[in-house]
Design a protein around this ligand. Structure first.
Ligand SMILES: Nc1ncnc2c1ncn2[C@@H]1O[C@H](COP(=O)(O)OP(=O)(O)O)[C@@H](O)[C@H]1O
Ligand SMILES: [Mg+2]
Length: 211
């Protein structure tokens, strides 16, 4: 069967983890091999980098350039060690965030030059590009309340990005919308501000055209 590379994007709490798990099950039921990955991380090297970017050691803040390069170092390893082999074997690869997150967070959010961000991405991914990118769209206020509720149940702590303030997340959100508008053939915007079942159905409708 022909391979398929699908990435999930959107701000924290939009439902990426929830929906990737659901889609993976649905695809497996349909008889497809599914590989689920996340960024930053997804490989032992990448998971170590994830810890550094989420909880930078020491007292100095991580510089935006360092953050950009670490994200793309994790990505380069993921592409070579996991994504390309899985696609070569005909799997459906589901990735929780990919390079659009670098454009949205380090570019639009941190204010790095988008061309520079794109250069780092190009180095990390080469010609490995998503066939379909699902942007799970929720208002910022919903993101904040879902992440707050998730913290209560899972006990997860704050990370580097939580220190960034509302204006940062507004730029990230606007960035995702601009990216989707710029590549309408690759992106599908999913209304994620509804219960999980209808979100899953919207996602399945977008994915089944590609199977
Ligand atoms: N459609 C939904 N409606 C309400 N709550 C949701 C929905 N999808 C996920 N959640 C809850 O919101 C929180 C964030 O979802 P999660 O899948 O972890 O998002 P992400 O991976 O994008 O950060 C979790 O506690 C999850 O159970
Ligand atoms: Mg998640």
């Amino acid at each position: 069967m022909s391979s398929l590379f699908i990435t999930f994007e959107g701000i924290e709490g939009c439902g990426k983890s929830t929906q990737i798990e659901r889609l993976a099950k649905r695809l497996a039921k349909a008889g497809r091999d599914v590989v689920t990955l996340r960024e930053p991380g997804g490989t032992p090297i990448g998971e170590t980098i994830r810890e550094v970017v989420k909880h930078p050691p020491g007292t100095e803040p991580i510089s935006p350039d360092t953050e950009l390069l670490l994200m793309n170092a994790s990505r380069a390893q993921l592409v070579q060690q996991a994504i390309r082999p899985a696609l070569a074997g005909g799997a459906v690869v589901l990735c929780d965030r990919f390079y659009d997150s670098s454009l949205a967070y380090q570019g639009y959010g941190r204010g790095l030059d988008l061309a520079k961000v794109q250069q780092a991405i190009d180095l990390a991914v080469g010609d490995t590009r998503p066939d379909l990118t699902l942007l799970l769209d929720i208002p910022l206020a919903v993101s904040q309340s879902r992440v707050g509720a998730r913290r209560q149940t899972t006990g997860e702590g704050q990370d580097q990005f939580d220190q960034s303030g509302d204006a940062f997340f507004e730029r990230v959100q606007a960035g995702f919308h601009a990216l989707a508008k710029g590549e309408p053939q690759r992106f599908r915007i999913i209304n994620a501000n509804q219960p999980p079942d209808p979100v899953s159905d919207e996602i399945w409708n977008a994915v089944k055209d590609h199977l």
